[in-house]
Every structure is written in structure tokens, then in C-alpha cells.
Design a binder for this molecule. Sequence first.
Ligand code: PEP
Ligand code: MN
Length: 333
Amino acid sequence: MIAILKPGVSTKQIEDLCTYIEAQHIQTHVIVGTDQTIVGLIGDTTGIDMRHLETMEQVESVQRVSEPFKKVNRKFHPDDTVIRVGDVTIGGPNSFVVMAGPCSVESEEQCMTIAAAAKAAGATIFRGGAFKPRTSPYAFQGMGKEGLDILSKVKREFGMPIISEIMDARDLDLFDDVDILQVGARNMQNFTLLKELGRTNKPILLKRGLAATIDELLMSAEYIMAGGNDQVMLCERGIRSYDKRTRNVFDVCAIPVLRELTHLPIIADPSHATGYTRFVTPVALAATAAGCDGLEVEVHHDPAHAASDGAQALLPDQFQDMMDRVALIRHAL
Ligand code: PEP
Ligand code: MN
């Protein structure tokens, strides 16, 4: 349930309303937007008398929010969430972020080479996996802490914020210098991890699970927000289907659907969606045209020798070409 407040209500009036609601064992969440202030009621609101609430002096109207996700709901928070990472803005009407880098951190030289190319082409955030969720326990598992140290060096050298995947909340201390924590598709419903991340104040990129519905993605984001962390972005990275021609099926529909349902920024990952270099740029363009807030793309200068996901990596020139064409789509929009 949400209570939309009258324009110009005082802080005291908002506090009084929250006290009244909380006395009925319901949590409140106040959202001060540019045009409206909204109080969200979280918990079992079946006992709340909507009509009484509507008659209160501070309240303009009351609506039931039928979806099970509250904090991520656009009804709850009509303005787009904007996340700031260093100088980079993610979300909102005028921003578009590109996060680029290798699937796995392999060496300092590899990351420096790729970061220079990614930055030159216009990427503003550097990605690289140090803890890798691999299907086989015998495959390269990532460089771990050493990999994160290399990412920190890239951050200093190029002034680019960094994003890396966290698989285990016990590693949180190691991620102090990482600007955005990525939750991989395989961990989208690792609720223990999500709850721990909810207690941090770091931006989180939450990737859609291999077979997760849009509502399940939103409920996982709700776990993080319920813990108090509002800085969540969602990532469409393709879902599993029966076709073997691409690694996954990119759900372009998810972008406008999420835009309608939630205020959180939406990032598209055309690399894991397609699995093949030659399909990455067309899907990046489709995602941009569908209105995503940014892209996460794998780039490698020597894909043939990449430790993971070489088959889907863009070479620096191919990445530059993608960036040029994404700019054309954005201009056309
Ligand atoms: C990745 O970004 O390298 C990754 C493993 O992605 P996903 O979790 O989407 O498979
Ligand atoms: Mn990868």
C-alpha cells in the first residue's frame, strides 16, 4: 500500500503519519520525489483502514500495490533511481553507461591493455571477474584477491570505477575498493548473499538468473533493498531456452517491461546473452533501442587465449565500432 501525500506537507506531518502507521506494526518507507512525497507501507496491510488513512490531513490518496515487490516498484518510487559511482551516473533520463572489460582478470598487462582500449572507445566503467562462477570445478576459477588487486591498479591508472562479481559474502572485505558488486546469474537467488549485500552501501548489479522470470528478478532486488541498500541495478543477460544457436536467448521484452514495473536502472549484457562475438553488437543495438540505461560488454585483446568466454569477446576495434553504432541509435532516439 502507498500513501501519496499532499504537496507541501511538513516533515513533522510526515513523521506523525509514519508514527501512526508504525503503531499498527507496519514498516514505513518515505520517498521524497521531485513532485510528490510517497509513504510506502510494508508488511501485512490487510488490517489498515484505507479510507481512514485517506481522510488524514497529510494524505492525498491511498493505493494498494498488489505486486509482492514494494521497494523496487515504480508505484512506490515514480522517479527513476539514479546511482552515482565516482563521476559516472547510472539511470535517469540522460545517462548511458558502458561497462567493458574481460570476462576474467588474467594478468595486470591484460587488464591494462584492455582498459586503455575500452576507455579510448568511451567505456566509463571497467569490468573483470576475479571470482568466476564456472560450470566445471576444473575450469579456471579466477585469480581471486590477486585479481581484485589488479582491478584496483586499473582503477587508479585510468580513473575508471570497477565492477567485479562477488560469489560469497565472506569475501566482502576483499571488495572494499570495488565500486560495483556484481551478483551473477547463478547467484540471483542466493538469498543469504542478497541479504548480506542489502546491508552494504555499495551499488549492486543484479543479473537475471538463467531461468528466472522478471518477477523473480524483481523479488531478488527486493531482498537487497529490504536490507536497506537502495543502489540496485538490474541486468538482462539472456535466459535459457531450447535453441542452441546462441548461448542464451536475449529477452529484449524485459527492458520495457522492467522500465514500467521498476524505477531501478536496467543494464543489458549482450555478451552472455549471445555467446558469440558476431552477435554481440546487433544485440547491444537492440537493447539500446529498447531503452536500457547501459551495457555490460566483454572485451579482450587476445580472445583466442582468453581464460574464459573468448568466443563472445569483442576485439578493441569491434568494441569501438559497437560504441559508434550505439551512439547513432541513442541519437536517433
Ligand atoms: C560474467 O559477467 O562474467 C558472468 C559470469 O555473467 P553471468 O552471471 O551473467 O553468466
Ligand atoms: Mn563471462
